[in-house]
Design a binder for this molecule. Structure first.
Ligand code: CUA
Length: 375
């Protein structure tokens, strides 16, 4: 065991000192021991970091494509595991051979310095390393083409839900054309089961630059491209929240263009639809706040059911408080956060296109009191 470790350290020593031919055996060994220790410390630090990262995150919310919960994501995940297995085997063979050759034929203190015998032009060997990779590439290409075909040409059942998503800098506009619902950033869909399928078919557009819709546990990425309509679908198989994000750099706040997909049981989805279809609340107790909304530049960018506001640059606010987040996932939706956000959106999302409205503190309080009634 001890001698094995020393030999390993010595060979590390040779590999870190190949550019210094003047070094003697003991010096090489010392350098090897030094590099060996650095390597161990580095591995320990990396292991500690990954452990602490793994324990901090809520596992059900980790957007991992290796834990699919929806039909297209499942086929994609199977394909990536298949590809990973093949490329992993290639890696193991190639790396194994390189490691074997590097250790078995490493430079030794008593080398005679002559070149080993060179082998050229073996037809069987050349045929093998041409044909084998070709076959592997063909197999991977066919498997990929099959999954792409399966996902893109999936027949659309009549029970499917239609949704339109429009990418904006830096938020998602979400429309349900047949249900008359307009919302933002949080997509609600029903769960699907084999006997009663309810997939969601999505039309993707962009209002400005290219974005990409990606909820890893539900489906692959699909870009939202100006002047073009793209299509995708998802079909979650259990209720829950699935997080995602814009996956195409689209400007300063690309990182805070987060997505949340809520999958509901059919009954819960029905209820959500009813709530969203209701006309925006107009409680007389908060009429002053409503006036603030209608008399400031808010209405140029935001639409709000039952008011004069019909702007399209910003998210619809008709059922603002039914959403869990503000600023496309930038912060949690609460009356305090809403007030702070309206006062200065830039502090939460630098570069955001919503300006600070410079309202007086009374107006701001009235406005927030009104907005928080929009359930
Ligand atoms: Cu939108 Cu990145």
């Amino acid at each position: 065991m001890r001698t094995g470790l020393r030999r390993l350290q010595t060979s590390i020593g040779y590999s870190v000192t190949t550019a210094m031919p003047g070094l003697k055996g003991p010096e090489v060994e010392a350098r090897g021991r030094n590099a060996w220790w650095k390597l161990r410390v580095l591995v320990l630090i990396l292991a500690g970091l990954s452990l602490s990262a793994a324990s901090a995150a809520d596992r059900s919310l980790v957007p991992s494509m290796f834990r699919p919960e929806s039909t297209p994501a499942q086929s994609i995940s199977q394909l990536s595991l298949f590809t990973l297995a093949i490329t992993g085997a290639i890696f193991a063979v190639v790396f194994g051979l390189i490691a074997y050759a590097a250790i078995r034929f490493r430079r030794r203190a008593n080398d005679d310095g002559r070149e080993p015998a060179q082998v050229y032009g073996s037809n069987p060997v050349e045929a093998a390393w041409t044909i084998l990779p070709l076959l592997i590439v063909v197999v991977l290409a066919l498997a990929t083409a099959r999954v792409i075909q399966e996902v893109q040409n999936a027949p659309r059942p009549t029970s499917a839900l239609d949704v339109q998503v429009v990418g904006h800098q830096w938020w998602w506009e979400i429309r349900y054309p047949k249900l008359g619902i307009l919302t933002a950033n949080e997509l609600h869909v029903p769960v699907s089961n084999p006997r009663n399928r309810a997939p969601t078919f999505i039309e993707l557009r962009s209002a400005d630059v290219a974005h990409s819709f990606w909820v890893p546990r539900l489906a692959g990425k699909t870009d939202l491209i100006p002047n073009r309509v793209n299509h995708m679908w998802l079909e979650p198989t259990r209720p829950g929240l699935f997080v995602g994000q814009c996956a195409e750099y689209c400007g300063t706040q690309h990182a805070k263009m987060l997505l949340r997909v809520y999958a509901h049981t059919p009954e819960d989805f029905e209820r959500w639809v009813k709530d969203q279809q209701a006309i925006g609340a107009s409680d007389p107790a908060v009429a002053a706040g409503r006036l603030v909304f209608e008399r400031t530049a808010c209405i140029n960018c935001h639409s709000l059911n039952g008011t004069v506001g019909n702007g399209r640059f910003g998210p619809d606010l008709s059922h603002l408080m039914s959403r869990e987040t503000l600023g496309s996932g930038a912060l949690k939706n609460s009356p305090e956060n809403l007030q702070a956000w309206i006062k200065s959106p830039n502090q939460f999302k630098p570069g955001v296109l919503m300006p600070a409205m410079n309202l007086s503190s009374t107006e701001l309080e009235q406005l927030v009191a009104y907005l928080t009634t929009l359930k």
